[in-house]
Design a protein around this ligand. Structure first.
Ligand SMILES: *Cc1c(COP(=O)(O)O)cnc(C)c1O
Length: 394
C-alpha cells in the first residue's frame, strides 16, 4: 500500500509525492540542475546500469519533475506516470512506446485537431494506420477493431461539442478484443473524472490546460496502470528527450494543489452560464453535459463529478453573427486556449476546426454559428453581461 492510498483527492493534490530536503522547506524545491553527482565511480556505474535507483540526468530523472509525476499518478489512481514537454509530446511518447509498424489505432473523430494530424500525417509514416469513428457510436467502435488494433483513443467530453463517451463500455470492448483504452483526460482532469478507475489503461494529459490552470506553462503527462508506461513510455522519453522542465513541473505542482477547488468553480460558472444561455432568445442551441437536454446527461452524471468548464452554443446567422458576438465581448479573451482562470471565446469553424472541409465540419457538427466558451473563474454576472452585449449584436 502506498502512503496516499487512503487520502482524499484534495489531500493527494496538495501532499502526494512531496520530498523534503535537509533545508526543511515547506514548498517543493525547484531542482535547476542538468546532472547529478555520484559519490564514486561504483555508484555512477550502479545508477547507469539501473542496479541502483536515483538521479542521473534531468532528461529523465529530476526530483521536481518526479514530485509532479507522483502527485498526478496519485490523483489519477495510476501506478506509473511520465511527464513530458507538452500534451502533444505525451501523445507521441505513448504511441512510440506502445506501437510498432503494422499496428492499428481506432480513434474518436472528435479529438484535438493536432492529435488527428499526428495520427494521420506522422504515425502513418511508420506504417501505423488510424480509423476515426463517432465518439458515442459503440457499434462503430466495435466494427472498426481489427486483430492488429493496439488501442482505442478518445477524449471525453469532446471539444467543442461536449459529447460524452461511455468509458466503462469502451474499456470492456477494447479488452475483449485484446486492445487497450487510452483516454485524454484534459477537459475533466482527475478532479472530475478518473478513467483508470472506470477501466481505461492509460490517461494522457495536456498539463498546459487545467493542471496549470492559469495559462502559463506547456507540459504533458502519461499515466498508466500497466508497467508499459513505466518501461516503454519512460524508455522513449529517456531516448528521445521530450522532457518537462523542472520549473514547469513546479508551476504544475502549484496548480495541482488547487485543482479540486478550481474544477468545482469552473463547473459552477459553466453550469450557470449554460442555464442562462439556454433561456436566451438569441441562442439556438446549447451544448453542455450538465443540462438535462444533453443527449448523454445521465452518463455524464455517472461518470463525472461535475460537468466541467467547456460550454458551446449556436447562434442563428452563421459565421457573420458568431464573429459579431465574439468581437463585441470586452472581458472574455479571444483565444483558442482553455483551462485558464480567464474565460476564453472561440469560433471553432474558422480556428481550431478551420482545416476541416465543409463536409467534415458537417459530420463533426461544427456549424458556422457555433461558439465555444472555456468558462473561467470571473464573476458569473460579469461574464453574462459581456456575452449579453455580444448576443444583442449577433
Ligand atoms: C491542448 C490539448 C492537447 C495538446 O496539448 P499541448 O500541451 O498543447 O501540446 C491535447 N489534447 C487536448 C484535449 C488538448 O486540449
Amino acid at each position: 500500500m502506498r502512503e496516499y492510498d487512503d487520502w482524499g483527492l484534495a489531500t493527494r493534490g496538495i501532499r502526494a509525492g512531496q520530498i523534503r530536503t535537509a533545508e526543511g522547506e515547506q514548498s517543493e524545491p525547484i531542482f535547476a540542475t542538468s546532472s547529478f553527482v555520484f559519490k564514486n565511480a561504483a555508484e555512477a556505474a550502479a545508477r547507469f546500469s539501473g542496479d541502483e535507483p536515483g538521479n542521473i540526468y534531468s532528461r529523465f530523472t529530476n526530483p521536481t519533475v518526479r514530485i509532479f509525476e507522483q502527485r498526478l499518478a496519485a490523483l489519477e489512481g495510476g501506478k506509473w506516470c511520465v511527464a513530458t514537454s507538452s500534451g502533444m509530446s505525451a501523445i507521441l511518447a505513448v504511441c512510440m512506446g506502445l506501437l510498432q509498424a503494422g499496428d492499428y489505432i481506432v480513434s474518436s473523430r472528435s479529438v484535438f485537431g493536432t492529435t488527428t494530424v499526428l495520427f494521420n500525417k506522422y504515425l502513418s509514416k511508420a506504417g501505423i494506420e488510424t480509423t476515426f469513428v463517432p465518439l458515442t457510436d459503440l457499434p462503430a467502435w466495435e466494427a472498426a477493431i481489427r486483430p492488429e488494433t493496439k488501442f482505442l483513443y478518445l477524449e471525453t467530453p469532446s471539444n467543442p461539442l461536449t459529447e460524452v463517451a461511455d468509458i466503462t463500455a469502451l474499456a470492456e470492448l477494447a479488452h475483449s478484443r485484446g486492445a487497450l483504452l487510452l483516454v485524454d483526460n484534459c477537459l475533466c482532469t482527475p478532479a472530475l473524472q478518473r478513467p483508470l478507475e472506470l477501466g481505461a489503461d492509460v490517461v494522457i494529459h495536456s498539463a498546459t490546460k487545467y493542471l496549470d490552470g492559469q495559462g502559463r506553462c506547456m507540459g504533458g503527462a502519461v499515466v498508466g496502470r500497466a508497467k508499459t508506461v513505466g518501461e516503454e513510455v519512460f524508455g522513449f522519453l529517456r531516448s528521445a528527450g521530450p522532457t518537462m522542465s523542472p520549473f514547469n513541473a513546479w508551476v504544475f505542482l502549484k496548480g495541482l494543489e488547487t485543482l479540486k477547488l478550481r474544477m468545482q468553480a469552473h463547473s459552477e460558472n459553466a453550469m450557470a452560464l449554460a442555464n442562462w444561455l439556454q433561456e436566451h432568445p438569441a441562442v439556438a442551441k446549447v451544448h453542455y453535459p450538465g443540462l438535462t437536454s444533453h443527449p448523454q446527461h445521465d452518463l455524464s452524471n455517472r461518470q463525472q463529478l461535475t460537468a466541467g468548464g467547456i460550454v458551446s452554443f449556436e447562434v442563428n446567422g452563421g459565421q457573420a453573427a458568431a464573429w459579431r458576438l465574439i468581437d463585441a465581448t470586452r472581458l472574455i479573451s479571444i483565444t483558442a486556449n482553455l483551462g485558464d482562470t480567464k474565460s476564453t471565446i472561440t469560433h471553432p469553424a474558422t480556428t481550431t476546426h478551420g482545416r476541416l472541409s465543409d463536409e467534415e465540419k458537417q459530420l463533426s457538427g461544427i456549424s458556422e454559428g457555433l461558439i465555444r466558451i472555456a468558462v473561467g473563474l470571473e464573476n458569473i454576472d460579469d461574464l453574462k453581461r459581456d456575452i449579453e452585449t455580444g448576443l444583442e449584436r449577433a
